[in-house]
Ligand binder design. Structure first.
Ligand code: AMP
Length: 216
């Protein structure tokens, strides 16, 4: 089974690598950030409550994110495997996840830690553009990741979106939160024998090759 958890600083390439894995192995890509952004877009009551927090780079309450995640994990497309992108973000969430996955009998097979330094991650965040339709991620600062036509998705031919929290100030806050709350998960999963470290600082092909080796 390919049940995978990504742990990484913001903009390390979780979304890009998850899209590649989803295509190659036909498994579900579950991004809690995307689930939350969908709520904001729908302008639901929940969306209105979380919008400002997300924009400024703060974490959303564990209970809210966990409920969205639980509903998503129940869907049939996760039976073949899943990639969790953005959850858990702290030890409390990791423990909640452990219980939840035991209950639905979908335990984690691999935890993949994408390693990158703050300066490179900031460049990736500030230049990032996303297609809301197909989820493809572009970047204006890297030639190999630029869209063919400025600000237009190569595949869907629609305008790309720049995330509201992909600015310097919000990025720095997200990075600090990552160092304080998320990084301790590395030891947590190392102790469980599930951790794999991948250098994500070169380019997406280099990162993808290392991940494929782990999944073999
Ligand atoms: P991401 O798309 O993973 O970069 O997440 C974007 C934003 O969504 C984060 O900065 C948080 O505000 C929120 N978020 C995503 N996942 C979680 C989570 N597991 N716990 C709390 N907040 C989250």
């Amino acid at each position: 089974m390919r049940n995978i958890v990504f742990i990484a600083p913001p903009a390390a390439g979780k979304g890009t690598q998850a899209n590649i894995l989803k295509e190659n192995y036909n498994i579900a890509h579950i991004s809690t950030g995307d689930l939350l952004r969908e709520e904001v877009k729908k302008e639901s009551l929940l969306g209105k409550q979380i919008e400002d927090k997300m924009k400024s780079g703060q974490l959303i309450e564990d209970e809210i994110v966990t409920e969205l995640l639980e509903n998503r994990l129940m869907q049939d497309d996760t039976n073949n495997g899943y990639i969790l992108d953005g959850y858990p973000r702290n030890i409390k969430q990791a423990k909640i996840l452990e219980e939840l996955l035991e209950k639905i009998n979908k335990p984690i097979d691999h935890v993949i830690f994408l390693e990158i330094d703050e300066e490179e991650a900031m460049k990736r965040a500030c230049g990032r553009l996303t297609c809301d339709k197909c989820g493809k991620i572009y970047n204006i600062y890297f030639d190999e990741m630029k869209p063919k036509k400025e600000n237009i998705c190569d595949d869907c031919n629609i305008s790309l979106t720049h995330r509201a929290d992909d600015n310097e100030e919000s990025f720095k806050k997200r990075f600090r939160t990552y160092m304080e709350s998320t990084k301790p998960l590395i030891d947590f999963y190392q102790n469980k024998g599930l951790l794999n470290v991948v250098d994500s600082s070169i380019n997406k092909e280099h990162t993808s090759k290392q991940i494929k080796k782990i999944l073999k």
